[in-house]
Design a protein around this ligand. Sequence first.
Ligand code: SF4
Ligand code: SF4
Length: 537
Amino acid sequence: MALGVYLSRCGGLVDAAIDVDEALANVREVAAVACVVDDVFDPIVVAAIESDIREGGVDAVVLAGNSAEHLSKSLSAGHLTRRLVSAGVNPNRIVVANLLEQVALAHPGDRIGATRKAAGIIDVAALFATMSPEVESIDLEPKRSVLVLGVTTEAMIAAQRLLQLGYEVVIADRGNGSATAASATVLKSTSAFVRGHARCKFIDGARLVDGDGWLGDYHIQIQSNEGSRRIVVGGILIARPDSAEWVAELREHFRVDVDDDGFARPLDPHNHPAETIDPGIMVVPVRVDGTAHRDKVAAADSVAMALVLRLSQTTVSHYGDTSAVDEALCGGCATCVRTCAFGACTLDENGRSHVDVRRCRGCGKCVVSCPVGARDIVSSPHDYLIEAVRSLSRVPVDVGHARVIGFLCGGCGYPAADAASEFVAQRGQGYPVTFMPLRIPCGGRLDTLYVLEAFKVGFDAVCVYRCRQGHCHNLIGNLDMDRRINLLRAVLRSRNIDDARLRIVDISPTEGERFVESVEEIYVSIASLTNGKGAAV
Ligand code: SF4
Ligand code: SF4
């Protein structure tokens, strides 16, 4: 495996806080290429990486700089990823080492500590890039049709734009949508256009009762006044995010990340005001009363166009970020079938577990529940997570300083750690630099083995960050860990490890201040503990 590591200065912010060459020192021993660049999105840098891939045989890439969340959402990052994939790197081997938000901005004024931590995070990213299996792509032609949920002024504007651009539109409403649209006091011409259009259908009395899919190909079962029907669309626009019923159904069947108040929870609200966690499912911003008409038009129009931008591609490639089954180990006990909240697991005719990749969300619950270790997640393999814990334990700390590992759920803890950098900037003081972050896809992915390993290799405490109740984007992944953690606490006590050294923090993605407070609290709480840690396991 030839690894290429590209450390971005991020406009000088990274090298102002850490010694970039020192941070690369470890990985230079194993990487074919390890260099510092000004900006990883610079076209000249992109071309240089492509050249390394094509001519130097690089087949795993670490991009050290911005947060993974930034890279998963930003359009320029999407462009960069596509270029690297087309040059020949499997997307599962393009990995981010978050040096900007979670090191450089989080630990101002501690250049030595931040540099050590940066090196540790780069090493973990290198492990990910080289240990992760390749994923196969499933390519499809996106359907040029959109389901609009609910009737609002903005929904009608978005529907009009979609129809004008040649899309089919299905408007599902809990009441009588066509009548609601007709009685709109504004935009009578828009309403008439939409209601009279040959490619527009209204479904009244609608409920979403089942569904699966992804950008370009969503299959949705709808119960309505006319009975049950299955529709296939390329994307979904949520026009009534304030409807608790729609929100509950979307959460249950599509994992749409909308909170109880109906707001989409994008990680970067400035760049992506309308996109949910699933590409192709967007929220039409419903403006409060008194919003200028032109603002409503602009908001609805921009969401419709954002969806069109995604659906107008000739091919959409989906890479299965899913659970995989080792058939040689699977005994057909069906525990995973009962565990999976998305109905993604079934037993095949041979009595072996089978994963429906269109339904699987990669949450990892089935992995930790399988009694024989027959499951793994393609994007967070078990062996990688164990090695990552060991690798982070080797980051040097000054004598007398505690070291803590944080398992950060990708839906809440990881973005909260990103948001912490803003809080740090406001108060002008970082949190303990010996806190080592490790991203996991969901709280439900946390295997007790990772916690035990962390104590075994010398961490003084383990902190698990999971979504608040009712906000888990995998429904109950956050709660699923409780049973295991309770058992684990008993195991820790039996090993003379105070279970105060294991802490679970419920957090929302934007709670940067709470993230910092929680990290500092655990350092305070373990300072007075004298009994066991690490080697006692
Ligand atoms: S839990 Fe494991 S052994 Fe049981 S059916 Fe699922 S994959 Fe097979
Ligand atoms: S990873 Fe989660 S969604 Fe996928 S099969 Fe396992 S439990 Fe179901």
